[in-house]
Design a protein around this ligand. Structure first.
Ligand code: NAP
Ligand code: GLV
Ligand code: GLV
Length: 334
């Protein structure tokens, strides 16, 4: 039997590549950067599977370029807004992601960002390095207490709930907003209270975003929402850049509608709104939410296992478009 062919769009941890190579002919991109579009379109030609990153836009054109053999697109990320899932489903292509394994790692990063901006760690570090430390001062780098504050979690899924778990140890009041309430038992476990988004924005000291990027969450936080927040509050975004209107956020930070922000994601990555770079009350990270050694290895294994299962004709464990199975059965592809 012909071994299926797979293209991996960038070098990922070896553990993942090994799993794919055990069952497939695999080509790993040797381009050290986000793969240019032209190369992506060339490399996917005739492939049975693609293992891609969140920086690869996998749309109709890419699926078309791959051709009729393409059966699976395995994303090396939990968020899959970079893939046109509807188009994939129409074409009978399975799409998979890497949920769960990165939950705690990403929540750790969101927590670190929250602590950093509240206690001005990055500013303080720059101050010490610049040789400006002249000794303890009563008013030096005053910030905001995280312990005992109110945390507003927007999107109460895996990562949102992992934030609530951390908040228990900081004796925080936890509010959350999501499309639907979680079972009462979970609310009790995390001492979390469901509130409408405006109330969450008006009462939280820290607002942390954990929704996926969809048509409905694009600019979920814009000028109106930022103006609802308290002047002493902070916005933390480790979800996706376009969930926040970055231009409105710049104004909010500059004009003091809120006290600060911490961002791991940006509207037009890798571009960063130039004005953000000038502001002291924002902490910036280069999309490193899941970036721990252990987690990136687990993500590689998970993406690889999803891909291989799909190519073996089985249902991959992290299929995001189960509707595709119906279509495949109709066409006798299962
Ligand atoms: P998840 O478990 O699916 O949680 C997302 C939650 O948001 C779900 O409860 C979902 O509800 C809810 N939601 C969806 N649309 C909403 C809307 N319009 N309004 C309010 N709530 C909405 O996903 P996760 O694993 O926690 O990951 C969340 C996101 O974090 C990912 O999609 C990804 O974009 C981002 N992320 C970033 C990094 C990073 O490196 N910075 C790392 C990992 C993840 P339903 O389940 O009902 O749809
Ligand atoms: C990272 O941003 C992910 O979605 O896994
Ligand atoms: C600070 O270092 C203190 O001892 O209060």
């Amino acid at each position: 039997m012909r071994r299926p062919t797979v293209f991996i769009t960038r070098r990922i941890p070896e553990e993942g590549i090994r799993i794919v190579a055990s069952f497939c002919e695999v080509e790993v991109s040797d381009f050290d950067g986000v793969l240019p579009r032209k190369m992506l379109l060339e490399k996917v030609q005739g492939k049975d599977g693609i293992l891609c990153l969140l920086t690869d836009t996998i749309d109709r054109e890419v699926m078309e370029a791959a051709g009729p053999n393409l059966k699976v697109i395995a994303n090396y990320a939990v968020g899959y807004n970079n893939i046109d899932v509807e188009e994939a489903t129409r074409r009978g292509i399975m799409v998979t992601n890497t949920p769960g394994v990165l939950t705690e790692t990403t929540a750790d990063l969101a927590w670190a960002l929250m602590m950093s901006v509240a206690r001005r760690i990055v500013e303080a570090d720059r101050f010490v390095r610049a040789g400006k430390f002249r000794g303890w001062e009563p008013m030096l780098f005053l910030g905001t207490d995280v312990y005992g504050a109110t945390l507003g979690i927007v999107g109460f899924g895996r990562i949102g709930q992992a934030m609530a778990r951390r908040a228990l140890g900081f004796d925080m009041t936890v509010l959350y907003y999501d499309l639907q309430r979680v079972p009462e038992e979970i609310e009790r476990q995390y001492r979390a209270r469901f509130v409408p988004l405006p109330e969450l924005l008006q009462t939280s000291d820290f607002v942390s975003l954990h929704v996926p990027l969809t048509k409905d969450t694009y600019h979920l936080i814009g000028e109106r929402e930022l103006r609802m927040m308290k002047q002493e509050a902070y916005l933390i975004n480790t979800a996706r850049g376009p969930v926040v209107d970055e231009k409105a956020l710049v104004r909010a930070l500059r004009e003091g509608w809120i006290r600060g922000a911490a961002l791991d994601v940006f509207e037009r990555e890798p571009e960063v709104e130039p004005e953000l770079l000038e502001l002291e009350n924002v902490v910036l990270a280069p999309h490193i939410g899941s970036a721990s050694y252990a987690t990136r290895t687990k993500m590689a294994e998970m993406a690889a296992e999803n891909l291989v299962k799909a190519l073996q004709g089985e249902i991959p464990p992290n299929l995001v478009n189960p509707e595709v199975l119906k279509g495949r059965a109709h066409r006798g592809l299962s």
